[in-house]
Write a protein of this length. Sequence first.
Length: 635
Amino acid sequence: MSNYHIKNFPEYFHVYRNSVRNPELFWEEIAEEHFLWREKWHKVVSWDFSKPEIKWYEGAKLNITENCIDRHLYTNAHKTAIIFEPNNPDEEAQHITYKDLHERVNQMANVLKSKGIQKGDRVCIYLPMIPELAISLLACARIGAIHSVVFAGFSSTALSTRINDSECKMVITSDGSYRGAKTIDLKGIVDEALVSCLCVEAVLVVNRINSEIEMKPERDFWIAPLLAEASKECAPEIMDAEDPLFILYTSGSTGKPKGMVHTTAGYMVYTAYTFKNVFQYTKGDVYWCTADIGWITGHSYIVYGPLANGATTVLFEGVPNYPNYGRFWEIVEKHKVNQFYTAPTAIRALAKEGVDFVDHHDLTSIKVLGTVGEPINEEAWHWYDDNIGKKKAPIVDTWWQTETGGVMITPIPFSTPTKPTYATLPFLGIQPVLMDENGNEITGNQVDGKLCIKYPWPSIARTIWGDHQRFKDTYFSTFKNMYFTGDGALRDEVGYYRITGRVDDVIIVSGHNLGTAPIEDAINEHPAVSESAIVGFPHDIKGNALYGYVTLKETGESRDHDNLRKEINQMITEQIGPIAKLDKIQFTEGLPKTRSGKIMRRILRKIACKDTSNLGDTSTLLNPEVVQDIMDNVL
Ligand code: WTA
């Protein structure tokens, strides 16, 4: 079967047509021919978006780590699975072969077992980008434990919320982490978080920065001595297709973060198949995705997708500007990277520093470039194309989400003609539609609407941990029988899609999804604050930045506004993390509200964007007078 590897545009169309005409047959063939199953499924897919209930490969039995590791041992045991590139360029890179990975994952899995972790238990992983991070995910999967990775830039409060939500029994962390010239005290953050987490019985600690830390007796264990004692063999737990593989939290427009649950078989099939095609990975290539494994991009396209294909995947600990802005290109040259996948925000930040940092590096190894996480603007697209791909490497602008598990709309390199700022066409098996305000599908081209998907794909999230109703309300209730993405999109004259941005209260800052509600909650905890509203405004590098309108309590005393701004950002850093800090904070007498008391964010957004020509009718507001005042004092 050639379906597994699409090589040209007519073939894409041909296979796409088959994939949507007969999805069951299509996904059955992909699954049958490319993976290791302990038992076959009896049904490829069953689904009902109204409940919603979605199952793929029901009845099948497997272990994803057998697919990502063991099966490569027969032919590729000594091939490099992971290249670890440390934060400090003077520290030697590590090449971890499939055989090494097998041993290290098994040892870690045995350590987890020895500390009481069993199938179905949740394990929180709060680690920097070091090999132990990938190994921990795989070790959980080996024994059927459900991993919940929390990005190591989140604060202790954010960490404890996530640990408690899924009742993790264990946390895997490190003494600290390197980030450019700085070190971060990760274990200290974990200790603070655990004050309010009664569910955690054990903490495993990787020694990364050799720092003096406190180890709580009976709870905290250095991992190295345990690993040294552990057996290098660990029989994989045989899992059902629909057993949860992991939970990954994403921000919602309201309330607490949503723990998206991904299951085993469908996630494996889809991430492996998309990886192969979206990057046109061929044997011997070195692939590098610069994301953090703390996000879905890292789960699917640093760990599971590449390893399921027996690929070599780079894991980079550091940041793009350390020791200088040429670091990415130095790494590309050093490891002869063939596929390079990053975020528009990184491209914009590097472009701003000029091409000098690029020019003295040999980038001829690059075959395919990718972007993900937010819309890419035309300027950044061309800079990437001209200076990094030298106009020879197709750019795959991949649109997808934590909820979708894998890439959904993307060019296939060397097949789909690219178009700047367009994610272009649906991946095989994906059926996007645009919907109007009245819930009708918008047909034809040169139209725009709300982006939905009308048929399930194997790696769609199955639920929100502990809150299936919220899963239904958020994704399946806006449009009948559709998965609603929360994004707006347009379809051009040839049917190419361009994602225009969020249509809900999620704001994407530097590629990170931030819900407005949790940030407002954090601000409102400041004793001087009465109310607040957050909106996004365009930012050259971050894509969007956050603008906060804050009203203060009338205490009679005057407060130093600059100090207050610092304190408010400090509150946000503590509650969420530095990624959610506000760029601008305007203190106002009031916030514009409807007569029913709802804050009119649309007006606030326009003012923050300095787009006040068309504010609409403000006379129906409860307090129209505040609008002028806000406009007069805009920052
Ligand atoms: C946005 C990241 C435009 C979108 C994999 C989506 C994009 C949200 C693109 C999901 C793209 C992602 N073009 N927008 N190529 N890729 N987005 O869950 O708004 O961190 O809904 O998943 O990022 O972000 P998440």
